[in-house]
Design a protein around this ligand. Structure first.
Ligand code: FE2
Length: 535
């Protein structure tokens, strides 16, 4: 369906894009300790320039008012089966620098860090002492190799409302299902912050999960079970230059969903009803270790064996709190053996999706919040979503209704000003009004949910007429549905949150343009959605 708001970002902001998205041509003119080497151009997965160690790009994350995490991982041969990216096994030193300007004329911090096989040749630098609400640029050097530059920023100082910010969120990038064009466009939007809500990688071996449009690229290696497998898989994904562009444009906040470990896993329970996995906790430990190594996380998020503490809040001044949730590690097993079911057990208040500790933590964050917007960055569908037979998904909040009620009632009791749930997982775009009672269409709207489609998972997908979709007729609180690939761009100000549902028409070939399929506004103190002209 033709929609207004056609926008291919490759024509906008040429200067910064030249630096960040072009990858090359950065080092020669720079005045810094890292000169005079020239960064090597990246050429896509599988074919790094001979000897280049920065084939996986750079990233930043976990911004705070005075601090941010910088990340890279060395891998001259990303596809190496031992997961070490072609490195020798010996430790190496990596230099880094952070500047106020993209040409690195005004370097404000620099340092070096050792890394080696134990760390998967990843580098995590927690840079402190920065100014709040500032844009910075960073890069790394190892020997004669200079990395591409990334852009990052600190959050505004506590208590500062500021002029507003742009946050984009994404999920579900199955490498085999298509090209990461949507990541490239997300970079082109130049957000201040990116949230990734899970399924950053998929665990499957080649062609065991085939898109309806056929797989256009192949996973390397077996289904991921060992540390070497997961490291190799992250390297394959990270070698994609569209994904690298999205990392290089802004700091990220990440949470995993199921495919970073195993399809639909729950706590210590592996995927059903497949082959038993007596060593599932060992697999989980390998998956979390590789996840930490490959994400711009803080040291305090390092896993301990099969456990990783990832739920946390990042505040953007007093404008927004981003509460990042983990809905996999502490959940009860899916009720009624998972799947779409009419299931009495799903209503059992003893069941939990978050675990008691995380739930208590979140309710306390609600009570303490003075933010204009409180956003929950999480994985699975929050609003009720009932199909024509009255069944709901046992993997989503519908399968843990007590958890959903306690959290919704928690934000109401705490007087949270503007609660907004952000969701991934379902490979389709949705906009939902959250209800006090989903069975009663007249009950109060108590919050808003924005669900992002996948970057590639599910192949090209199709547009859909909201009026025709049975899910929408059955669930009047659902206001929008679209089954194309893309991401959601939001702009938050003191007065409103605006959400643009961005879509690409195809992913089985590179180069699809992006457009805004629909836009919605949430007004301060008025939960619920108003459709506005897309842009
Ligand atoms: Fe997914």
């Amino acid at each position: 369906m033709p929609v207004s708001g056609e926008n291919n970002p490759s024509s906008a902001h040429p200067s910064r894009r030249h630096v960040l998205l072009g990858g090359a041509a950065l080092g020669a003119a720079a005045v810094s300790t890292l000169s005079p080497v020239t960064a090597a151009a990246s050429t896509g997965p599988g074919r790094p320039p001979k000897g280049d160690v920065f084939t996986l790009g750079v990233a930043s994350g976990e911004p705070e008012a005075h601090s941010v995490v910088l990340w890279t991982r060395l891998a001259p041969r990303p596809m190496a089966e031992d997961g070490l990216g072609g490195m020798s096994g010996r430790p190496v030193t990596v230099q880094w620098e952070l500047a106020r300007d993209e040409r690195f004329r005004h370097v404000v911090r620099r340092g070096h860090q050792r890394t080696g096989a134990d760390a998967g040749y990843a580098v995590h630098v927690e840079v402190a002492g920065l100014a709040p609400g500032h844009e910075y640029f960073y890069r790394f050097r190892c020997g004669r190799h200079l990395s591409p530059a990334g852009r990052t920023r600190t959050t505004p100082a506590p208590g500062t409302l500021g002029a507003g910010m742009v946050m984009a969120f994404a999920s579900c990038s199955q490498y085999e299902h298509g090209y990461f064009t949507a990541y490239r466009h997300l970079a082109g939007d130049e957000p201040d912050l990116v949230l990734h809500l899970g399924d950053y990688i998929y665990e499957y071996t080649r062609d065991s999960y085939v898109s309806p449009d056929g797989n256009v690229r192949d996973h390397r290696g077996p289904e991921t079970e060992t540390l070497a497998n997961y490291r190799q898989r992250y390297a394959q994904y990270r070698a994609d230059t569209d994904l690298q562009a999205a990392h290089a444009v802004a700091p990220w906040l990440v949470v995993p969903d199921d495919h970073e470990v195993d399809n639909n896993w729950a706590a210590d329970v592996y995927e059903k009803p497949h082959i038993p996995q007596p060593d599932f906790l060992r697999r989980r430990a390998a998956a979390f270790r590789a996840y930490y190594e490959n994400m711009p996380l803080r040291r305090r998020n390092r896993p301990h064996g099969p456990d990783i503490r990832l739920y946390r809040t990042v505040s953007w001044g007093s404008l927004a709190n981003f509460h990042m949730l983990d809905t996999r590690q502490y959940r009860d097993d899916q009720a009624c053996d998972d799947g779409w079911k009419v299931c009495e057990d799903a209503a059992d208040p003893a069941r939990t999706l978050t675990g008691d500790e995380q739930e208590a933590w979140l309710l306390e964050r609600f009570r303490r919040s003075r933010a204009r917007w409180d956003l929950l960055g999480q994985q699975v569908f929050f609003a009720r979503r009932m199909n024509a037979s009255g069944a709901t998904s046992m993997d989503a909040w519908d399968g843990y209704r007590g958890s959903r009620e306690r959290i919704s009632e928690g934000w109401l009791a705490a007087g949270v000003r503007n609660p907004v749930v952000l969701t991934g997982d379902v490979h389709t775009h949705w906009a939902n009004e959250l209800k006090a009672n989903y069975a009663d269409p007249d009950s109060d709207v108590i919050g808003t949910e924005l669900v992002t489609s996948s970057i590639t998972s599910g192949g090209n997908g199709a547009d859909s007429d909201p009026g025709e979709d049975p899910n929408l007729r059955r669930n009047p609180h659902i206001k929008f549905f679209n089954a194309q690939r893309g991401y959601v761009r939001t702009r938050l100000t003191r007065d409103e949150l605006r959400a643009d549902f961005r879509v690409v028409d195809y992913v089985t070939e590179p180069g699809a343009p992006v457009r805004t399929r629909a836009s919605f506004r949430v007004t301060d103190r008025h939960p619920g959605l108003t459709e506005v002209t897309p842009r």
